[in-house]
Design a binder for this molecule. Structure first.
Ligand SMILES: Nc1ncnc2c1ncn2[C@@H]1O[C@H](COP(=O)(O)OP(=O)(O)O)[C@@H](O)[C@H]1O
Ligand SMILES: [Mg+2]
Length: 273
């Protein structure tokens, strides 16, 4: 079980997209994959599931229910909130706006995600966590539960703002709660090769991230196919199989698996590209 958080406190940089597409590619390569939607906006959940196919969400797992009649109810075990996605090998723990309440919960609950994954996540080869666009308790919880972080960065000057704050947060989590947390790398997203700025961006991202790690060679270009795929409840590698967007997603998946020193295809897999 390898747990990978996709994090950046900036919104709109491609966290949900990357989490969705990388997890789908790993599932298509034959791995058993679980995705935790850790953003109260629930974008990842909505990209796979209709709201009538689940009731329990991550907030039911992480937040203690109100005490009623003097009886203290326990939060649900993670198992009870896992839902199958339409893609084989890929399960989801959904989220909705109720997860926002987690920011007001007592600090000891930050351990719960990690503990629940240890107890219920062992059947999965990979667990991906889609983090919220803020530096708060939910992000700390996710980073505490994770083995690795991948940071998507939008390929423009604005997209680079706040990277040092994120590096600081990752450093604090390492120092205080999870010394094992590793930076797997940054992904340059929404890349527009025709703009000079992007070449500068790559250099700037590399400089900003050099304190903590590596920048993946594959840049994800700004392709409308990537934005359209969720509306069909498909990963882009199936929605637009022969498009450059699919090639880029597969090569990023290869890079991620190589850096984790994991085979590009689960050896027992019958499914594949
Ligand atoms: N490489 C890309 N090409 C085209 N659209 C993209 C790409 N990456 C992300 N998007 C789109 O940009 C928007 C923001 O991406 P999202 O993954 O939701 O960001 P975040 O989770 O960081 O807020 C979404 O509409 C998404 O479809
Ligand atoms: Mg998102």
């Amino acid at each position: 079980m390898k747990t990978i958080a996709i994090a950046n406190q900036k919104g709109g940089v491609g966290k949900t997209t990357l989490c969705r597409e990388l997890s789908a590619c790993c599932a298509l390569r034959g791995y058993q994959v679980l995705v935790l939607d850790c953003d109260p906006q629930g974008n990842l959940t909505q990209s796979w599931l209709d709201s009538d196919v689940y009731e329990a969400t991550l907030s039911h797992v992480l937040i203690e229910p109100e005490t009623t009649g003097g009886i203290k109810a326990e939060p649900l075990p993670l198992d009870d909130a896992i839902v199958e996605s339409p893609l084989g090998n890929l399960d989801i723990v959904p989220a909705d706006i109720r997860l926002a309440r987690f920011e007001m919960q007592p600090d000891y609950l930050t351990h719960r995600m990690r503990n629940q994954l240890k107890e219920h996540g062992t059947a999965y080869d990979f667990i991906f966590i889609d983090c919220p666009p803020q530096l708060g308790k939910l992000l700390t919880t996710a980073l505490y539960a994770a083995d690795y972080v991948i940071v998507p960065c939008a390929s423009d000057a604005m997209g680079l703002q706040g990277l040092s704050d994120l590096a600081y947060t990752i450093g604090q989590v390492r120092k205080n709660v999870n010394s094992e947390l590793k930076m797997l790398g940054a992904v340059i997203n929404l890349y527009k090769p025709q703009r000079n700025l992007s070449a500068q961006s790559r250099q700037a991202v590399e400089e900003a991230i050099s304190l903590v790690g590596h920048v993946f060679d594959t840049n994800l270009h700004d392709y409308s196919k990537i934005a359209e795929a969720p509306s069909q409840k498909l990963p882009v590698v199936l929605y637009a199989k022969t498009h450059r967007a699919a090639d880029q997603m597969w090569s990023l998946t290869d890079e991620v698996l190589d850096r984790l020193q994991i085979s590009r295809q689960k050896l027992s897999a019958v499914k594949g590209r």
